[in-house]
Design a protein around this ligand. Structure first.
Ligand code: ZN
Length: 88
């Protein structure tokens, strides 16, 4: 049987390790050009304190794919709203 009373994590940083350098120094990104204030929060976007890479604080992987989807979706919505307003 495995003992379950061991500490799971000693590191007090709640974010995953950086995929680029392996350091666990992620800090939340407050605001970005692509997502404003909401985008980085939704994607747990953090910045590595060691190498400056930005990544997903949950998975420790790059957020670039999700950011691309986010930008496309928000652009489509913005264009849709602009067209709707123009037709009023
Ligand atoms: Zn790093």
């Amino acid at each position: 049987m495995e003992t379950l009373d061991q500490p799971v994590q000693n590191n007090d940083n709640p974010y995953a390790a950086c995929y680029n350098c392996g350091e666990k120094q992620g800090a939340p990104v407050g605001m970005t050009w692509w997502g404003g204030i909401l985008g980085p929060k939704m994607m747990k976007h953090v910045k590595c304190g060691a190498c400056g890479t930005k990544y997903n604080g949950n998975t420790g992987r790059s957020n670039n794919g999700k950011i691309a989807v986010y930008v496309v979706v928000t652009t489509v919505i913005a264009v849709g709203v602009a067209i709707a307003i123009a037709q009023m």
